[in-house]
Design a protein around this ligand. Structure first.
Ligand code: NI
Ligand code: MN
Length: 226
């Protein structure tokens, strides 16, 4: 799997030749001004919740690429009103089999409203299962015991976890989340974008290392293989 970081919580993950794009927030993100949002590839756009910093570019990328949007019912209704046609509405607990693998929607402990203030439904995380491996994209969430369900019933190869604190869990709770999901290979997200969530990178990485875990903080625009 190729993983490209577009800043904040936005990642492109290529799974079995399909481009999955998570939580597109690129054009308003000053830290991601090297990314041309018009060149970002997507066959699927997965949206964890309705907050601006997760959905800002969803409409434009969905319309340009024709990608199928995977999101909860409330975000589906909101995007439909904006003229986005290719949407798969889901909700927590649901799983769908797609051409690259499976998407399972899991609990995220957070809030959700849409940029215009309308109701965003409940936030979600995603577990992706494929012949190339399984991973967990947590979305915005606190540490929650629900994460144990992921670790107890699935094998996760790597996970995207928020580490910026303040609006989500921070580094110390993300390390506990590793134990819950039984996965120690983590890609950090939801840090540095705003003043509230600026973190010390070296300290975060060393805390993980001392606990026998791995935290990867990607450069915006870089691509790694998993
Ligand atoms: Ni949020
Ligand atoms: Mn957020």
């Amino acid at each position: 799997m190729n993983i490209t970081y577009y800043g904040h919580s936005c990642f492109g993950v290529e799974v079995n030749g399909k481009h999955l794009l998570f939580d597109p927030f690129i054009s308003p993100n000053e830290l991601a001004n090297t990314i041309d949002v018009n060149t970002v590839k997507a066959d699927y756009i997965l949206i964890s919740h309705g907050h601006q910093d997760h959905i800002a570019d969803a409409e434009s990328i969905a319309k340009r690429t024709g990608a199928k949007v995977i999101c909860n019912w409330e975000i589906n209704v909101w995007l439909e009103k904006k003229g986005v046609e290719n949407i798969r509405p889901m909700n927590i607990g649901g799983k769908v089999k797609l051409d690259f693998g499976n998407v399972k929607c899991v609990v995220a402990q957070h809030s959700s409203s849409l940029p215009d203030g309308s109701y965003g439904g409940n936030p979600m995380g995603f577990v992706i299962e494929s012949t190339e491996g399984n991973f967990y994209y947590a979305g915005d969430t606190a540490l929650t015991y629900d994460m144990k369900l992921i670790g107890d019933y699935r094998s996760i190869n790597f996970a995207f976890l928020p580490i910026g604190d303040n609006f989500t869990m921070g580094v110390d709770n993300a390390m506990i989340a590793c134990d819950f999901i039984k996965c120690n290979d983590i890609i950090g997200m939801h840090y540095d974008t705003f003043g509230y969530i600026v973190i010390d990178h070296e300290l975060a990485v060393s805390k993980f290392m001392q606990a026998g875990k791995k935290l990867t903080l990607l450069e915006i625009g870089s691509t790694i293989k998993k």
